[in-house]
Ligand binder design. Sequence first.
Ligand code: IMP
Length: 192
Amino acid sequence: MQKNRLGMRVLLPADRIQARVAQLGQQIGADYAGLPLTAIGMLKGCFVFMADLVRQIEAPLHVDFIEVSSYGDDTISSGVVKIAKDFKHSIAGQHVLLVEDIIDTGLTLNTLIEILQARKPASVRIAALLVKSQKQQLRYPIDYRGFDIEDDFVVGYGMDFRGRYRNLDHVAVLEESQPELFPPVPGQQLEG
Ligand code: IMP
């Protein structure tokens, strides 16, 4: 089992992620060839995936970001979301690709897609690097999925625990048996 320099179990090394993101980008570029495309990243967790993914898409596209706040405890989504940062660009008549780092329950996306549909895009599709399927309640198909993973809490490649570990270039598992890796920040709300 590969460990990173912090002693975490490496689930997806950087080279495996890069290879898969390149495949997804090529597929997306081919599917949207000639169509007006807007890629919307869900902050903050998407920022690394988004940067790598859009550079693999050959079709011209707009890039924008949205940030939603989810209320729950540190690791469980409540599905009650509020838009903390919206984008100004109109998506009416545009094909929208929502870019998400990880889908767990899918409750965040269910709400966000309803909000975006009201803005009359031509279509909305989902690209997610990671999908945890055990608790899946997503009402929409995941059109572009990087990897299906177990129900572990993961960090790195943009994903955090209490704001930390986003800068790892790989995906690692945060295990309860390693309490020294859990930053003690009580009362902080889950970041996107
Ligand atoms: P969902 O609404 O349950 O699908 O939760 C989605 C959001 O929860 C993601 O965008 C992440 O911000 C966060 N999340 C869920 N699982 C993990 C994880 O294993 N690591 C880091 N963040 C996670």
